[in-house]
Ligand binder design. Structure first.
Ligand SMILES: [Zn+2]
Length: 335
């Protein structure tokens, strides 16, 4: 397949026509559109200064390692919310996120079902905002193949608006109904609350992130990894933890997942002739100390360029607007 031609085609946005605020970005950079994009959300991954101040551990070697590989790391990145639902919704929709009652009505019949089912198990209005998000619509408009790599959290488990769904918890599912049956019923007790099931699921998510899609189109992959968020199933070396104190459990899991991210980044950067865009982002901090409730970890790799406008205190709600504007060259990014 002629990749250049493929990336110049923009896919119809039928699935997103109800979103009036999604710029198509027809004027954007053609070379940027060849790049795969990975948005990896590490749930409850504390910022560097929170980790140092609250847990007494210096994680700056990780920052230096990322910077040595070309990452931009925001030392004082923020979020408006310190809970998963609103924070992830904010990240994916940006500052233009509308009030749900006015705009967030699902239009796709599958989405009605998905949302209804999801909210039975996790009633939060942000589920719809997370699934029908503007970032997914934008990448669809740019001609990307979109992948939702789901967690066991209902709002990110499955997304009917993505081209492809992969859920590796309690088996591997590409349809939500199967995932729901396994993860929300008796099997939930067996897998989602089972440390071994969680350990396998998290590690499988990392493996799945390095699979290459076969469509020939550039790929946008959204991955929600619920770690270092509890349950605590890893010590710093990846073994089942033996610690009993919360801080020790959190630190161990944090350090283990940091090493997994390093392996992932190394693999993603070396596996492709054209390196991908990689975003490593936490949805919120550890929620241990109120001084850090609005602080997040935020690191972005943009290949072959040093985009302008990066800020050490970039808010999560502006991160993707910044990427679309500075890397993809979407002049209309803020419309
Ligand atoms: Zn969270």
């Amino acid at each position: 397949m002629n990749v250049t031609a493929a990336t110049l085609d923009t896919k119809p946005l039928d699935r997103f026509l109800w979103r009036k605020d999604v710029p198509i970005c027809a004027d954007g950079s053609v070379s940027a559109r060849k790049r795969d994009v990975y948005l990896v959300i590490l749930d409850q991954y504390a910022s560097i200064d929170e980790f140092r101040a609250v847990f007494g551990v210096d994680n700056t070697p990780f920052v230096k390692w990322l910077e040595s590989r070309g990452f931009l790391v925001a030392g004082r990145a923020t979020t408006r919310f310190n809970h998963t639902g609103p924070s992830v919704a904010d990240l994916l929709n940006g500052v233009t996120r509308p009030v749900r009652q006015e705009h967030w009505q699902p239009r796709d019949p599958r989405e009605v079902l998905n949302t209804a089912v999801a909210e039975v198990f996790s009633p939060m209005p942000d589920c719809v905002a997370i699934r029908e998000n503007r970032t997914l619509a934008r990448f669809t408009g740019l001609g990307y193949h979109t992948v939702n790599l789901g967690s066991w959290f209902p709002c990110t488990r499955y997304n009917a608006l993505a081209d492809e769904n992969i859920n590796v918890y309690a088996g591997e599912f590409r349809e939500e109904l199967s995932a729901i049956v396994y993860q929300s019923t008796v099997a939930r007790l067996m897998y989602v609350r089972d440390p071994e099931g969680l350990r396998r699921g998290i590690l499988r998510e990392f493996d799945a992130l390095t699979r290459k899609n076969s469509t020939g189109a550039p790929t946008f992959t959204f991955a929600h990894i619920i770690c270092p968020h509890s349950p605590y199933v890893f010590d710093r070396f990846g073994a089942p933890p033996t610690a009993t104190e919360y801080k020790d459990l959190y630190v161990g899991q944090y350090q283990f997942i940091t090493e997994q991210v390093k392996k992932l980044v190394a693999r993603l950067q070396s596996a492709q002739a054209e390196q991908p865009v990689i975003i490593i982002q936490s949805d919120h901090g550890s929620n241990t100390d109120t001084r850090y409730f609005n602080r997040v970890f935020s690191a972005v790799f943009v290949p072959d360029s040093r985009p302008s406008g990066w800020r050490d205190n970039i808010p999560a709600s502006e991160l993707l607007d910044w990427l679309f504007s500075s890397f993809f060259g979407c002049a209309s990014a803020h419309l």
